[in-house]
Structure formats: C-alpha cells, structure tokens
Design a protein around this ligand. Structure first.
Ligand code: PEP
Ligand code: MN
Length: 346
C-alpha cells in the first residue's frame, strides 16, 4: 500500500497540531500524521521540540481526526514515552541511523513490540549503516509478514549538494531496493529539498522509480514555523501537489515495444563491455612496453588531453552531461592504471 505521510516538522502547540491535522485529514488517503516532539538540532539553544507534552497533544489529534501518529525517537526513554501515549509508529532520524550504538540501544528497547518503524538513511552516503539499522530493528521488533519495517530516503550530505539541502543521490535507495526488493522505501522530499519550490520535482522522481510512499512536511503557516520553515508546505498545497503528481504504474512491464527496446539496450551493454575489454587489452600491451623501457605508468598530459578530446567529441547538443563523461573516463583511466600496475608487478 502506498504510504502518504504528512505533518509538521515539529509540534509547536496543541492548536497548531490540531489545525494542521484536521486540514490534512480532509485530504484523505493519509497513512500517518508525522511530527517531531524532540528535535535534533545541529547547534544548541535552538528550538529543541516541546518534549513529552507534545505526546498528549498528539493523543488528542488521534482521537479527534482518527489519523495514525508517527514520531521520531532517538533514545530508549523517547520510545518508552511514545509507547505510553499510544503513538502508532516511530521513525529513526538520519543522525541516529549514523550511529550503530544508538540504533542498537533503541532497537533493544523495542524488543518484541509490534509497531511499524521507519528508518531514515544516515546523513552520510553509507548504505551499510542504513542496512545495519534496518537489520537491527528487523531482529528486534515483532515483524510478522515483514509489515513493520520501512526505509525513508531523506537525502545525503555530500560535499556539494547542488541546489538541494541534501543530495538525493538516487543510486543508494535504488541499491537498497535491489538488496531488499520487498522493503518499502518512502521518499522524504522535504529534507532533500530544504526549499518547497523543488518538492514536486523530487516527489515525481521518487514516483518514477517506484518508491512506495512520500513523507512531506506540512504546516498551517510555514513562514512562521519554528523549524524548517523554507521547506514546509500548507495542507492546501499538499492537496494540490497530490493531484498534480503522476502515480506511475508499478506492475512489471508487459509492453512489447519496451521489451524489444530493452533487448537492444542489453545488446549494446554487452558491446560496450566487449569494447572495454579490448581497450584494457591495449593498455596491457602499452604496460609491457612501459615496463621494458622503464617509463612511468601515469602520464598526466595524456590523461588531460584524453578528457579534453572526449568532451569536445560530446558536443553541446548531446543529452549526456559533460560531468558524466568526465566521471566515466576517470573510472576507465583508473582501471587502466590498476591493470597496468598489476602487469608491472609480474
Ligand atoms: C525530520 O523528519 O523532521 C528530521 C529531523 O529529519 P532527518 O532526521 O531526516 O533530518
Ligand atoms: Mn524537519
């Protein structure tokens, strides 16, 4: 089932929560009403969440709107409090997933509990940390029919995040899907974008690759929000967004023209690999000569010139980006150097 999760970044007051929740629930199809009770802040003395009293507000929200509730927990004490107030599901924040000490402790405090846990990716693009956290919760909570574990893709902190607050770096959630095909992955465009202008495009990219849900920050007055004010949208904007998004079909492909185009792609990929192998064979012949003549493997001028001519060949009108060509030839060149090094050792 597609998971649509919405709610403010943080609980600020009972009125704020109830106002947002009522408007959000009128949209229909909402799986969980999210809100942060304890807010992880990069620096001290910023708004750190309302704490436990937010849980009692959330209980009222649930009674009044019948929405299921979802909060972030970062310590066993948070878990205990959230469970005692009847919260329906928990999420593990990006900063928490980064530390195996924390995830282990929280997972242990949920031993045998039948509750959905949504695990955000770690801040750094390390898929192993994400998998480790997923495994820890999977081993600890009650998870009949694998219905209780979800991953949330909230973007990664790279040296250059482009126009986004966090890089989507889609290859990591795609790799997670390859490793765990049945694990639902929810996209959190709000924390990826950091700016509401881009939310729609990131949602659509997530839907296009078959992600299983969206978690979107919604506030009745985003400009005045105490946290993440630039990225939150109003309930009305959420309603419009959902109407505008194209929910692509998820079933496996039967369309015959796509199947035959895929066959062409398969053939081409094998040709590319064959050419690469032949190219590396030539590198080996060069390595042999370099060894005989005692010449260094790395010829910096040659590599710079190689990149320059490849980029010129690409031209301006190609849909392929020059960054991709640069990355590709850097990789090919690295592999060629590695192979030549091996040859030199013989
Ligand atoms: C949040 O969802 O409000 C949050 C703090 O997210 P993250 O852990 O992804 O930064
Ligand atoms: Mn937030």
């Amino acid at each position: 089932m597609f998971q649509l999760i919405a709610g403010p970044c943080a609980a600020e007051s009972k009125e704020q929560l109830l106002t947002i929740a009522k408007q959000v629930s009128s949209i229909g199809g909402i799986s969980y009403f999210r809100c942060g009770i304890w807010k992880p802040r990069t620096r001290p003395n910023l708004f750190e969440g309302v704490g436990e009293k937010g849980l009692s507000w959330l209980k009222e929200v649930k009674e009044e709107t019948l929405l299921k509730t979802l909060v972030e927990v970062a310590t066993p004490l948070h878990v205990e409090k959230a469970l005692s107030f009847g919260v329906d599901a928990l999420w593990i924040g990006a900063r928490t997933t980064t530390s195996p000490f924390y995830t282990e402790e929280i997972a242990r405090s949920l031993k045998g509990v039948d509750i959905p846990v949504f695990i955000k990716n770690p801040l750094n693009p390390d898929i192993k940390l994400w998998i480790g956290a997923i495994e820890r919760f999977n081993n600890s909570i009650k998870n009949d029919n694998s219905k209780n574990i979800f991953a949330i893709h909230r973007g990664f902190s790279l040296a250059d995040n482009g126009k986004y607050r966090q890089s989507p770096y889609w290859k990591i959630p795609i790799e997670l899907k390859r490793i765990f095909p049945y694990l639902p992955i929810i996209c959190d465009p709000s924390h990826i974008c950091g700016n509401r202008e881009y939310i729609k495009e990131v949602c659509q990219s997530a839907l296009n690759i078959g992600m299983d849900g969206l978690m979107i920050e919604v506030h009745n007055n985003p400009e005045k929000a105490l946290t993440d004010s630039k990225q939150q949208i109003t309930p009305l904007q959420l309603k419009n967004l959902i109407e505008e998004l194209i929910f692509v079909k998820q079933q496996s492909l039967q369309n015959s023209s796509i199947l035959s185009l895929r066959k062409e792609i398969d053939d081409m990929d094998f040709q590319i690999m064959d050419i690469l192998k032949r190219r590396m064979d030539i590198s080996l012949s060069i390595a042999k000569i370099k060894k005989e003549e005692n010449i260094s493997i790395l010829q910096v001028d040659r590599f710079s010139n190689m990149l320059k001519t490849r980029l010129e060949f690409l031209g301006e009108s190609s849909p392929i980006s020059s960054e991709f060509i640069k990355d590709l030839f850097e990789l090919i060149h690295q592999e060629s150097i590695r192979i030549q090094n091996e040859k030199m050792k013989e």
